[in-house]
Design a protein around this ligand. Structure first.
Ligand code: HEC
Ligand code: HEC
Length: 380
């Protein structure tokens, strides 16, 4: 990492492309304003001593380098990442002390060996408790305008504390977590180095976790080398055909939601859509998704478009982990998703031959990218 530039100055609006291969301008405007709101709210709620961790990290901000195919990482002005805060976040991410019976760390459900997911349909918390949703990858979550499948957290900072207290995840009150961290003599100097005096607070735990998560980036995949690196041999013939289908609005139409820009690709529009995943046999939705947050009827059964980077490593798929393979996913889209009153207008039956389907799967496999070296468990 290079300390020469101040990432606090990075323009968050630059994350979403000016023009993109199939973007409709309406989406771009929406995203730019949505992101601006996120950054603004981030400043208001997190910057303002909400949890007595209000102070910025001490020390020189480091620039988090974005690999080929990714835009600059958006950084909230009140939490510029430093070497110390990132290292602290990394230690916390892998620490089982944040769970009630010391059995689970963040990394138990977001494991570096499984593309930062858990490989399960539905995650299992402390004591085997199950929630209702699949653990999404946190790779490139730094770019998401909202966190969680239903967008209920506005920033990585805000997201970070909730799994700790969630009864079906780590199931430990924040008070107990802070007591346990205080009792571990290793942490005091690390918090001091990252944030100065003022001790171990929830706000600081959140900031450190968020800064570490912002370093978990994946780009420079075969797709990126082909699309943005000028290496026309980086993709196989089947993958090139699959890419075409992916982008073609009269064929796969995938990029209508899994955005691909002119200079970089997040493979998500950061918006919420109903694909019909989770519609039960009786036609009812098993999870109302975004509606939970907004109460807007048309948001029923809508979930945030997930990134597709490293998708070959993060089976099973969808918010309920219901689809086991990429082939299952492609077949699901070919059938137009599951019909229900709230189905997105971009979902429709698509004519895809057997060859088209296997080309699409091959293409999705080209999205496995390079990961930074220093994101695994820290050395003791
Ligand atoms: C028991 C498993 C489990 C543990 C432990 C866990 N998570 Fe998660 N995580 C999930 C699930 C499941 C979701 C999706 C929940 C939802 O959307 O309602 C999620 C969502 C997220 C997201 C949102 C990503 C996105 O694409 O929207 C982030 C970021 C995240 N977790 C970080 C963390 C951090 C940091 C910790 C540790 C403090 C942690 N998680 C601990 C299972 C877990
Ligand atoms: C209308 C927007 C939209 C379109 C069009 C679309 N997707 Fe999706 N995609 C989503 C949303 C939203 C989800 C999450 C749905 C859920 O879990 O309920 C998703 C999930 C996925 C997943 C699973 C990701 C994960 O981490 O679990 C894959 C793979 C995928 N889409 C590939 C494709 C492909 C391939 C196409 C084109 C054939 C496509 N998508 C078209 C919005 C869309």
């Amino acid at each position: 990492m290079d300390a020469s530039s101040n990432p606090g100055q990075s323009d968050p609006q630059s994350v979403f492309p000016e023009t993109s291969l199939v973007f409709r301008s309406k989406n771009v405007r929406f995203l730019r304003s949505a992101l601006a709101v996120v950054v603004l709210t981030g400043q208001l709620t997190i910057g303002g001593c909400r949890r007595s961790g209000g102070a910025k990290p001490l020390g020189a901000a480091v620039k988090i380098p974005a690999p080929l195919g990714l835009p600059p990482v958006p950084i909230p002005t009140n939490n510029p990442p430093t070497e110390e805060s990132i290292a602290l976040g990394r230690k916390l991410f892998y620490d089982t002390k944040l769970s009630k019976d010391n059995s689970l760390a963040c990394a138990s459900c977001h494991s570096p060996h499984l593309g930062f997911t858990d490989g399960l349909s539905i995650s299992r918390g402390v004591g085997g408790m199950t929630g209702i949703r699949n653990a999404p990858t946190i790779v490139n979550a730094a770019y998401l305008p909202l966190q969680f499948w239903d967008g209920r957290a506005v920033s990585l900072e805000e997201q970070a504390a909730s799994p700790i207290a969630d009864p079906v995840e780590m199931n430990q009150t924040h008070e107990v977590s802070l007591t346990k961290l205080n009792a571990d003599t290793a942490y005091k100097p690390l918090f001091m180095a990252a944030f100065g005096s003022g001790g171990i607070t929830l706000g600081r735990v959140e900031k450190a976790l968020a800064s570490f998560e912002r370093t978990i980036l994946s780009g420079n995949s075969s797709f990126d080398q082909y699309q943005y690196g000028g290496d026309k041999r980086a993709l196989t013939a089947a993958q090139v055909r699959g890419l075409k289908i992916f982008l073609d609005s009269s064929k796969g139409n995938c990029a209508a939601c899994h955005s691909v820009g002119n200079k970089f690709a997040l493979f998500t529009d950061g918006k919420f859509h109903n694909t019909g995943e989770g519609v039960r046999d009786d036609g009812q939705l098993s999870d109302v998704g975004r509606f939970h947050q907004t109460g807007v009827e048309s948001d029923k059964g809508a979930f945030e478009t997930p990134t597709l980077r490293n998708i070959a490593k993060t089976a099973p798929y969808m918010h309920d982990g219901n689809l086991k393979t990429l082939k299952d996913v492609v077949d699901f889209y070919a059938g137009g998703g599951n019909s229900n009153p709230y189905l997105d207008k971009d979902m429709r039956v698509i004519k895809l031959s057997g060859q088209d389907r296997s080309d699409l799967v091959e293409f999705l496999q080209s999205l496995t990218g390079e990961m930074p070296q220093n994101i695994g468990p820290p050395e003791k």
